[in-house]
Every structure is written in structure tokens, then in C-alpha cells.
Design a protein around this ligand. Structure first.
Ligand code: MG
Length: 248
């Protein structure tokens, strides 16, 4: 099932070209339906926090100058103000000269998670979507923390919807810039699997319904310029598309 959030914050289920409105993310259908092309898609989740894993694919560890894989997931937080829907314009701020894309599989939590072992972790997941962990790479290196580099307004395109029926263990994750393939990874190549990541986070931090977990980016990260169209395609989910514009 594909869960969409649209227009003034309504929820619905996508079937073919139709959005069937529902009462809440998993509620019953209201009887109304809309053409997908006629609705404004919103970010499909409303997280209290976004937890992201860095360096979770060996190829990306190497391109960032590392050698050995991390011993445990390397986490950082992204603030919800960074969220941007499918079709929204990624703002290119004046304070960076190196804005990078990072295509990733995103996990949306369905049930409150606290100290859940890996074997049971997937049972707490609502579904999966695509994310673009936009990063001001120069500021990531020069700022004391990654707040500006990762959590500026519009730095986290997420969507277009949540796919609930998906096995996250072996999905392709691809990023295209202006139609050209730049990143191609398989989630089976992750250093830490989705269940391992969720178990690790929930061992010390309660995950709440709607919270989002980013699972890391494959190798091939690179710069964007104003006017670029960047697409993140996650197998079994769909394609998240955004253009880059000058920040106003
Ligand atoms: Mg990332």
C-alpha cells in the first residue's frame, strides 16, 4: 500500500492514478477520491525527529577518506524544518559553495519503539520512502557541528509517498542528476542493516510514530548547481524529484 499526504495535510492511499482519501495515515476511506495529478503532495510523514546514519556503505566510507567500516552506526540528527516534499525546490544558500546530493532509503516508524531487538524491529515500521540528505559539504567540514550543513530549511526532500509492503534488505537506491545516473547502491551492501540500525537507535532513544530514519548513502555523492533536477529512485517505492533553486 502507498500512503500519501496531500493538500492541507490530508492522508490517502494511492492506487494507480487515484488517491483515495483516508481518515489519518491508516484510517478508513472517506469515500472521496482525487486524480494524483490534481493533488499537491506533501512530505508523507510528520516526524518529531529524523535520525540519520552516516557512512553506512563501504564505497561511501572510502570516498570520504575512510578505510575501515564503522564499529557501530554513526548517527546524527536532522531537524524537521529541513523536510521538503516531492516537487519542492531545494534552496541553494549563499553560505555554501558545495551543495551535495545523497540519495537514501528512508524508514518511517509506525509504532513507539524502545529497546526493541533487531529480530523484532521491522514489525514497528510503517513503511519506506526515498530521501535526499542534502549536505553543505564545505560547511560540514568547517562548522563545529553539522546543524547548518544538514538541517537548513529544505535540505531534506522526502517522498513521494510511503510504501508499506516492502522488504528493505535488498533494494536498489539510485540518484540521477539531470537524468544522468550518479549513485547506484543496494541496501544489501549496507554496513548495518535496517533492523540493526533500528535496534541500535531504540536501545537509547525512543522512536515515535512518524519518526524518520535515514539509512546512509552509497558512493557517488557530488555537487549540485542551481537549475539541476535531482531524482532519488528507491526500488519498490518510486522516484523523489526536486529541482535546485537559488535561496530567496
Ligand atoms: Mg546521508
Amino acid at each position: 500500500m502507498k500512503i500519501v499526504r496531500f493538500n492541507e495535510g490530508r492522508y490517502g492511499v494511492l492506487e494507480g492514478p487515484w488517491v483515495y482519501a483516508t481518515e489519518g495515515p491508516l484510517g478508513k476511506r472517506t469515500g472521496e477520491r482525487y486524480q494524483l495529478a490534481s493533488v499537491e503532495l506533501l512530505v508523507p510523514a510528520e516526524p518529531s525527529k529524523i535520525v540519520a546514519v552516516g557512512k553506512n556503505y563501504l564505497g561511501h566510507v572510502r570516498e570520504m577518506g575512510g578505510e575501515a567500516p564503522p564499529q557501530e552506526p554513526g548517527l546524527f540528527l536532522i531537524a524537521p524544518n529541513a523536510l521538503l516534499p516531492h516537487g519542492g525546490t531545494i534552496p541553494y544558500p549563499s553560505w555554501t559553495k558545495e551543495l551535495h546530493y545523497e540519495g537514501e532509503l528512508a524508514v518511517v516508524i509506525g509504532e513507539r519503539m524502545k529497546k526493541v531487538p533487531a529480530e523484532k524491529a521491522l514489525g514497528y515500521v510503517l513503511g519506506y520512502t526515498a530521501a535526499n540528505d542534502i549536505t553543505a559539504r564545505d560547511r560540514q567540514k568547517t562548522d563545529l557541528q553539522w546543524v547548518r550543513a544538514k538541517s537548513a530549511d529544505g535540505f531534506l526532500p522526502l517522498g513521494p509517498w510511503i510504501e508499506t509492503d516492502l522488504d528493505p534488505s535488498d533494494l536498489s537506491v539510485r540518484t540521477y542528476v539531470n537524468g544522468e545516473l550518479r549513485q547506484e547502491g543496494k541496501t544489501s551492501d549496507m554496513v548495518f542493516s535496517v533492523p540493526e540500525i533500528l535496534a541500535y537507535i531504540s536501545s537509547f532513544m525512543t522512536l515515535c510514530p512518524g519518526d524518520v530514519v535515514l539509512t546512509g548513502t552509497p558512493e557517488g555523492v557530488g555537487p549540485l548547481v542551481v537549475g539541476d533536477l535531482v531524482e532519488v529512485a528507491v526500488e519498490g517505492v518510486g522516484t523523489l524529484k526536486n529541482e535546485v533553486g537559488r535561496e530567496t
